[in-house]
Design a protein around this ligand. Structure first.
Ligand code: 5AD
Ligand code: SF4
Length: 454
């Protein structure tokens, strides 16, 4: 039996791609190992969204080089966004690499490994096939999916925000046929999945390109919600410009669609939004969320924020703090702007000094911590509904899971629960974005807790 070691950097799309490679390689006789030293094949699935991600990857490869030197039979591959972005340059920089692949070649991972075996030559395999439909052929699953499972519905991005490499590394938007998605979701549910998270760089654009039977995103939501056994439905990531009124109505109509939305704002200032080519104003963004809140009052909102974009003045930055406060995000992913090769913003002067970026980043983090803490405290003494996802690593707690609003929950005590169960937990303590407590007493009757049972 051959062994593969897989390492993943970056976003959920990359995690999904790594899982796919693991599955394909399983069918070519590879088993995953957690020890690099035992591996016949090492794959690093890379990210190039910010410079820091790249630096981490290069330092990881520095550590892998001696393994390859000691064992020339070891196959070493670099996959993912950095592969697509830098291609040949990576082979020049790291001649001990056997191959470099892009995100669009994931389904060819077994062929890539065979090619190294057959020829002994290193190669780069990147690029996009515009004509090819986006399909993920079904393969038997050797292990059950977790209770909460991602399903890719769309790949690529056509938005071209000026700071972002994704349209270049993951190519043009393409959606997967609804029938293929429904089939995959039925299979996942048959194997124990309870929560389905529809995944894509911009899920709201679903159905616009690449489909024989195009349906808009909200119709896909209604379709998935009808599949028996799907107990919770989520999606990520959304773009404000493609987020429709019909999707707001779907939140109101679909009981199992969770009360959480991740809607990146990036900046609270109109000038900066324009320079980022987000193509909406902060007023439009706010109005959209207000409308959603009026339909779904207890919806939790999270976001992505970039500080220090070229030209961001002190007062423009204050606007970002203002929108954070106004919306009251439950959590945020916050980043200092990092110039990326090939992006339009890379042509602008990176005008905000690193020190200022750092300071602004700290300010957003401090504000978000306050907002999260305030909301967390409001849960104390209340019962929350939790889908158990696995064992908790927090001392004194047995299981962990998430609420519909996507708060982490650590559950105290009683055995007899298992991943996949939905239970009610009484919140007694809060730490960061985690709610902690014991099972609520009325949790004995599981069926009464099922949102889909209504
Ligand atoms: N610099 C900093 N953050 C970035 N992001 C994307 N590109 C950059 C960049 N060049 C952030 C955005 C995006 C998230 C996935 O990463 O906030 O929504
Ligand atoms: Fe990048 Fe903008 Fe596309 Fe998001 S919407 S992936 S930030 S280009």
């Amino acid at each position: 039996m051959k062994q593969v070691y897989l390492d993943t950097f970056g976003c959920q799309m990359n995690v999904a791609d790594t899982d796919r490679m693991e599955l394909i390689l399983f069918h070519s006789g590879y088993r995953r190992t957690l020890e690099k030293e035992d591996a016949d094949l090492i794959l690093v699935n890379t990210c190039s969204i910010r410079e820091k991600a790249e630096q981490k990857i290069f330092s990881l490869f520095g550590g892998l080089k001696p393994l390859k030197m000691a064992n020339p039979d070891l196959i070493l591959g670099l996959t993912g966004c950095l592969g697509q972005q830098d291609g040949e340059k990576l082979l020049q920089r790291m001649p001990y690499l056997d191959f470099v692949m892009g995100p669009d070649q994931v389904d060819g991972i077994a062929q890539a490994v065979d090619r190294v075996r057959d020829t002994g030559k290193s190669f780069v395999w990147t690029g996009f096939d515009r004509e090819k439909a986006y399909t993920i052929p079904e393969l038997p699953m050797p292990k059950a999916p977790g209770p909460s499972t991602f399903v890719n519905i769309i790949k690529g991005c056509d938005k071209f925000c000026t700071f972002c490499v994704v349209p270049f590394t993951r190519g043009r938007e393409k959606s997967r046929e609804p029938d293929e998605l429904y089939r995959e979701i039925r299979q996942l549910v048959d194997h124990g999945a309870k929560e389905i998270i529809l995944l894509g760089q911009n899920v709201n654009s679903y159905g616009k390109r690449g489909l024989h039977n195009p349906i808009p995103f909200h119709e896909l939501l209604y379709g998935v919600a009808e599949i028996p056994g799907v107990e919770r439905l989520r999606f990520t990531t959304s773009h404000p410009n493609d987020f429709t009124r019909d999707t707001i109505r779907a939140y109101r109509d679909i009981g199992i669609l969770v009360n959480h939305l991740h809607l990146p704002v990036q900046s609270g200032n109109n000038e900066v939004l324009k320079a980022m080519r987000r193509d909406h104003t902060i007023e439009e963004y706010r109005d959209l969320l207000m409308e959603l809140k009026s339909e779904v009052p207890d919806i939790a909102l999270s976001t992505d924020i970039i500080v220090g974009f070229p030209g961001e003045t002190g007062s423009a930055f204050e606007d970002t703090l203002k929108i954070m406060q106004e919306i009251g995000y439950s959590s945020s992913f916050m980043f200092a702007y990092s110039p990326r090769p090939g992006t339009p913003a890379n042509e602008l002067t990176d005008s905000v000094p690193e020190e200022t970026k750092k300071q602004r980043l700290q300010e957003t983090i401090a504000l978000q911590n306050r907002l999260t803490a305030e909301q967390g405290l409001s849960y104390i003494g209340k019962n929350v509904e939790v889908l158990i996802e696995g064992r908790s690593s927090k001392p004194g707690y047995t299981f962990k899971g998430r609420t519909p609003q996507y708060w982490n929950v650590n559950i105290e005590g009683r055995e007899g629960m298992k991943p996949g169960d939905t239970v009610s937990v009484k919140v007694e303590q809060v730490s960061g974005h985690s709610l902690n407590g014991p099972l609520a007493r009325e949790a004995n009757s599981k069926s009464s807790l099922h949102p889909s049972g209504a």
